[in-house]
Ligand binder design. Structure first.
Ligand code: GRF
Length: 300
């Protein structure tokens, strides 16, 4: 049995034992970086029927009740002087590629300007740049979905259970190219956002990803493009829009030029939106449109 299948077996049986992983393991190919996982989180059982086994009914209820961004969770901690502050929000980031948005979010969390903590990275591409960065930073990496002919990778229900175990408040999709399972979307109402590199609803939907978006924008003659962050529903790019940022499309732009200009804005926008989520500054208008309250003036 190779390293990967040992990991998968341990994960599937509900226990991840560090002692079974060879010291020479190639972390590039493993979806949990053993040492960092231990440093950060110790043992984490995942299988649904195992993970709540030793918990009281009350704590099970607390674990499985959905948290929404409009609820004031009351998650407060007191420091030595008894001054209360809100606990950091726990974030799961999903990536399939380079992970520059993930990196921007993670850096601002570490620096303290965003009141959140990236507790787990989910990817469908174990070797992608985002997963590599996570391993280097000591962030556990989960492979999802389970690919054909591969033992590792979680099923939808095990993914939901794993995110619950990490006590994830918000899921941030940052270049994750798979459609999320309905089970996950229902488990995290009003708590999953995605970034798209155009001004939705234009140039969105199935097939509009990566350079295809920017080529289509240039071909259309549009003079402006940008980035959109929206809540995630069961289809591609159709959830409620939360925030947008505009950039110009210049006459001689290549798709790469435009992509780079949009990406720069994406990083700033995603950090701002993550900060708002972590500070519970999202409010929902009566017609279901989400708005971000200004930090300086919360009535706006
Ligand atoms: C971004 O352009 C984002 O809008 C799209 O995928 C790209 C991800 O880039 N959904 P990166 O992996 O964050 O660098």
């Amino acid at each position: 049995m190779n390293v990967i299948s040992i990991e998968a077996q341990n994960l599937i049986s509900g226990f991840y034992s560090v002692t079974k992983i060879p010291a020479t393991q190639n972390t590039k190919n493993s979806f949990f970086t053993t040492s960092s996982f231990v440093q950060c989180h110790g043992w984490v059982p995942f299988k649904t029927h195992n993970c709540f086994a030793s918990l009281s009914l009350k704590s099970i209820k607390q674990k499985i009740e959905p948290k929404t961004s409009v609820e004031k969770s009351g998650d407060t901690v007191s420091d030595k002087e008894g001054i209360k502050t809100t606990k950091k929000k726990k974030l799961a980031v999903f990536v399939s590629g380079g992970g520059s948005n993930f990196k921007a979010i993670h850096e601002t969390c570490v620096a303290g300007s965003v009141h959140g903590e990236v507790v787990v990275l989910v990817t469908n591409k174990r070797g992608c740049g985002g997963a590599e960065y996570a391993r280097n930073m000591g962030i556990p990496v989960i492979l999802f979905p389970r690919a054909k002919d591969e033992l590792d990778g979680l099923s939808s229900s095990d993914l939901v259970a794993a995110l619950r175990r990490f006590e994830v408040h918000y899921i941030l999709l940052a270049g994750y190219l798979k459609l999320l399972p309905v089970e996950l979307i229902r488990a995290y109402p009003k708590s999953i956002v995605n970034i798209h590199p155009s001004l939705l609803p234009a140039f969105g939907g199935k097939g509009y990803y990566g350079m295809k978006v920017h080529k289509a924008v240039i071909a259309s003659g549009a003079r402006y493009s940008g980035a959109t962050i929206h809540f995630v529903d069961e289809k591609y790019d159709t959830g409620k829009i939360l925030a947008q940022r505009i950039v110009p499309v210049l006459p001689n732009d290549s798709a790469e030029d435009l992509a780079a200009r949009v990406l720069q804005e994406e990083h700033k926008l995603y950090v701002e939106v993550t900060a708002a989520l972590c500070e519970e500054r999202i409010v929902w208008r009566e017609d279901g449109v989400p708005l971000i309250q200004s930090k300086q003036n919360p009535t706006v």
